[in-house]
Design a protein around this ligand. Structure first.
Ligand SMILES: Cc1cc2nc3c(=O)[nH]c(=O)nc-3n(C[C@H](O)[C@H](O)[C@H](O)COP(=O)(O)O)c2cc1C
Length: 541
């Protein structure tokens, strides 16, 4: 009997909601999944569009290069082409994403086991998995980076494994390259802070097993999908936190051929066993650190069953060079964790925001910490050290800034560094950092290091020399009235006080703007002094 009690949306409900809000682009034109599909969506990220203009793409008419048709539609950008799409999946406005994560982490809800789930409406086993067009080969899995990638690769996965002793499950988003109709190769990061599934792999091996059960889930209820890329402490069951996000227990079910629990409303589940004895070359594959991962040995998995819903949809994340769907999905999830750590765990009160720099650097390398104006230097440095070492593979370069600096505007960051930082006093480099996620991993064993920078104001400064807000806003109204080209205001776009400013100067500026500069001339005439050298500082009383 089906359990119909759930109130949280599954992927189909989510797609309907995107459509309702005008966030879905349905592509009915025939598209080659191997050479056209990802490049088309990529233009949203490299075509000079605003983040807010990006959409989810649903492809309904898919072929491969040989003209073979595929029944299953593919959704790209459907979970995180931008923050708005992510927020639809989170069931809250963009501004509340952080508090929703906080609340879920503090109030986990364990999942509930159900029978006859949607994800097993169709089951393929045995010889149904073998041959062209069968098994994995029936799935419309796109190639992400045509020209470099060597296989159609699953990217929007929730890969489920369990600890052989405790039975505790882990769920992570790991890429899987298709190799045969019944075999794929899973890549789990082995570095410190890498894949939780890799710790299970080691544990199964240590216990003397030859294979490890594994379920690769494609397309979950969004609350569950979002758990795949999220960094949870080892031992925390992601289904519990997904329940916290949903505000109710997530329905799970037993997989058919492996002893693992999978989301009942999954679109497709690939069940099987990972080989613990042999590894198989996988990649090249365009990676989220922005370079192509070259061929390396990873984990072959033999498929024992493919189960799916009656009309499944396959999600595929657009990853590789940031910004991308992958960087958006990680950014909105990781930034709250960093902020929480600095604010609550380390108790640093003046921290206002943590931003992981996205374009090209891809979140893991550059961290911006926004702090209050009068924060003690020691607390700024505690925040810098904390952010640098909270995660082993994040925070190679950490910069503290004030809240008038837009962390997403690299020009504004360079401006803060240029005028607010004294390199000999405000910069530290620290030894002994692991290489993290990046192309340097190929250079065996070499350590990286850390750069910390306090680019906050060390005292009052004169205002930023742009017309103040009221004048810029008024001018913008005239601009619009004249029908001049569309503006995309970039912070800072108006002048404001940075502390070193007097009310008398406000009065003088107002008089000047009202055409009364001669009045100012009378005032300054009365302030003339003799016996001074030019450029002597003057502060009217
Ligand atoms: C699109 C995408 C692809 C990813 N691919 C991999 C991968 O192939 N291997 C990996 O270990 N992590 C990959 N990650 C990062 C992990 O999902 C992330 O580190 C997550 O915290 C892993 O969960 P875990 O800590 O439970 O292992 C990917 C993330 C995204 C968003």
């Amino acid at each position: 009997m089906k359990n119909n009690k759930r109130r949280y949306p599954d992927l189909h409900d989510h797609i309907e909601e995107l459509k309702r809000r005008g966030l879905l682009q349905v592509i009915d034109r025939q598209i080659d999944k191997d050479s056209e599909l990802h490049p088309l969506v990529r233009w949203q990220f490299v075509g000079g569009m605003e983040e807010s203009e990006r959409k989810a793409f649903l492809f309904t008419n898919i072929v491969n290069a040989k003209g073979r048709r595929y029944d299953i539609p593919v959704l790209v950008g459907g979970l995180a082409a931008n923050r708005e799409i992510y927020s639809v999946g989170m069931g809250c406005p963009v501004e509340e994403i952080q508090s929703k994560w906080d609340q879920a982490l503090q109030n986990p809800i364990p999942p509930v086991l159900v029978e006859n789930p949607e994800c097993q409406e169709v089951v393929h086993e045995g010889k149904n998995l073998l041959g062209e067009g069968m098994g994995l080969d029936m799935l419309s899995i796109p190639i992400s980076t045509p020209g470099f990638d060597s296989a159609p690769t699953l990217t929007a996965t929730n890969v489920i494994t369990k600890d052989p002793i405790t039975g505790g499950q882990n769920m992570g988003t790991y890429r899987c390259a298709l190799k045969a109709s019944d075999r794929l190769v899973v890549r789990m990061a082995t570095r410190v802070g890498g894949a939780g599934g890799y710790l299970h792999y080691l544990a199964w091996k240590k216990a003397g097993h030859k294979t490890m059960p594994c379920a690769v889930v494609l397309g979950c209820p969004p609350y569950v999908s979002f758990m795949g890329p999220q960094k949870m402490p080892i031992g925390v069951d992601e289904f519990d936190i997904a329940g916290g996000l949903a505000g109710e227990a997530i329905e799970i079910t037993m997989a058919k051929t492996v002893d693992l629990k999978v989301p009942a409303q999954a679109e497709i589940v690939l069940e099987g066993f990972i080989d613990l004895e042999k590894l198989e070359p996988e990649a090249p594959f365009g990676e989220s650190h922005g370079h192509v991962a070259l061929e390396e040995f990873n984990m072959p998995m033999t498929i024992t069953a493919i189960t799916h819903r009656n009309k499944p949809v396959i999600p595929s994340y657009l990853s590789q060079v940031a910004p991308s769907e992958s960087s958006v999905i990680k950014r909105v999830a990781y930034e709250p964790l960093f902020f929480n750590y600095l604010k609550s765990t380390l108790g640093i009160r003046g921290v206002k925001k943590v931003s992981l720099h996205e374009p090209l650097t891809g979140l893991l390398r550059v961290t911006l910490i926004t702090v209050e104006r009068d924060m003690p230097k020691t607390e700024i440095w505690r925040a810098l050290y904390g952010a640098a070492f909270f995660k082993g593979d994040c925070g190679k370069i950490c910069v503290a800034i004030n809240d008038d600096i837009d962390p997403d505007n690299a020009d504004a960051l360079l401006w803060a560094m240029a005028y607010r930082m004294n390199p000999v006093k405000d910069v530290q480099t620290l030894d002994h950092r692991g290489q993290g996620h990046g192309p340097k991993r190929e250079t065996e064993g070499e350590e990286d290091s850390t750069l910390l920078m306090d680019a906050t104001m060390k005292g009052d400064m004169p205002p930023l020399a742009l017309p103040t807000k009221e004048y810029m806003e008024n001018a913008k109204n005239i601009w619009d009235e004249l029908g001049l080209p569309k503006l995309r205001p970039q912070s800072p776009w108006f002048g404001y006080s940075l502390g070193d400013w007097l009310p008398q100067w406000d009065d003088a500026a107002r008089r000047a703007a009202q055409g009364d500069y001669l009045e100012n001339g009378k005032i300054s005439k009365a302030q003339q002094q003799s016996g001074l050298t030019p450029e002597t500082k003057f502060r009217p009383q």
